[in-house]
Design a protein around this ligand. Structure first.
Ligand SMILES: CC(C)(COP(=O)(O)OP(=O)(O)OC[C@H]1O[C@@H](n2cnc3c(N)ncnc32)[C@H](O)[C@@H]1OP(=O)(O)O)[C@@H](O)C(=O)NCCC(=O)NCCS
Length: 210
């Protein structure tokens, strides 16, 4: 199948990121943590019980991201493996990437895999693709102001605070902290992310493969 992300591998420290396949979905759904917020405006299927409906929205999200992929707007879903064990998800997103050269990201870890520094390692691996083969000029991120772990990962990697906005969530209006990491800061820190299988992916981002 001509979907090059299945062969993409990003390795940093003990973490390997690779494109999500359909055979990963059952395990990912089992690990999907309760504290991961979904889009509050996403459609509910009233005939499904809420737990199955949440899992349905979760799994459909992967197929949606593949089905709607365009260089103008994409979301790359990557499985996070530590010692060959699947422990979470790291995604990288871009809008108008060939023009703006800016990536956003999202992630979660299974609850048993938290508190070991893996979140920072997996974000670093994803940024290796963004600032390496994709040639990003900046990476952005945002998190609720009370999401201390997510904000700590960004700040540790050199993202600078970039303003606060208000957003509607299932638990009410909340404050969102925005952050931005520049290419210069990333290069100055010199992260050595090992990358294989990126070249065939470049046209998917609107870039020329070499
Ligand atoms: C966000 C998430 C991936 C982080 O994973 P984690 O394993 O807890 O993160 P780490 O152990 O790598 O810790 C990251 C940093 O946060 C810090 N941290 C964690 N919890 C903290 C807390 N309650 N207060 C202050 N700092 C905290 C850690 O000390 C660490 O900082 P350091 O590297 O400078 O020491 C995980 O909490 C998760 O899956 N959350 C649910 C989904 C989510 O919120 N995703 C992000 C949405 S934007």
């Amino acid at each position: 199948m001509d979907w090059p992300f299945f062969a993409l591998r990003l390795t940093f420290g003990e973490v390997v990121l690779r494109g999500v396949t359909d055979s990963d979905l059952s395990r990912l759904a089992e690990l999907y943590p309760d504290d991961c917020e979904q889009d509050p405006s996403a459609e509910r299927f009233t005939g499904l019980d809420p737990v199955r409906d949440r899992a349905r929205r979760f799994v459909q999200g992967f197929w949606r991201n593949r089905g709607t992929w365009s260089p103008a707007s994409w979301c790359l879903d990557l499985v996070v493996e530590v010692d060959g064990e699947l422990v979470g998800l790291q995604s990288l997103e871009g809008d108008d990437f060939p023009l703006l050269r800016t990536t956003d990201s999202g992630s979660w870890l299974a609850t048993h895999a938290r508190g070991r520094g893996t979140a920072t390692t997996m974000r670093t691996a994803a940024l290796g693709l963004a600032f390496g083969p994709l040639g990003a000029v900046a990476a952005i991120s945002s998190a609720r102001t009370d999401n201390a772990a997510s904000l700590a990962v960004s700040r540790r990697l050199g993202y600078a605070d970039n303003g606060v906005s208000l957003t509607d969530t299932p638990t009410g209006v909340t404050r969102l902290q925005h952050l931005r990491l520049t290419r210069e800061r990333w290069l100055a820190d010199g992260h050595d992310v090992r990358i294989s299988g990126a070249d065939p992916c470049l046209p998917w981002f609107g870039l020329e493969s070499s």
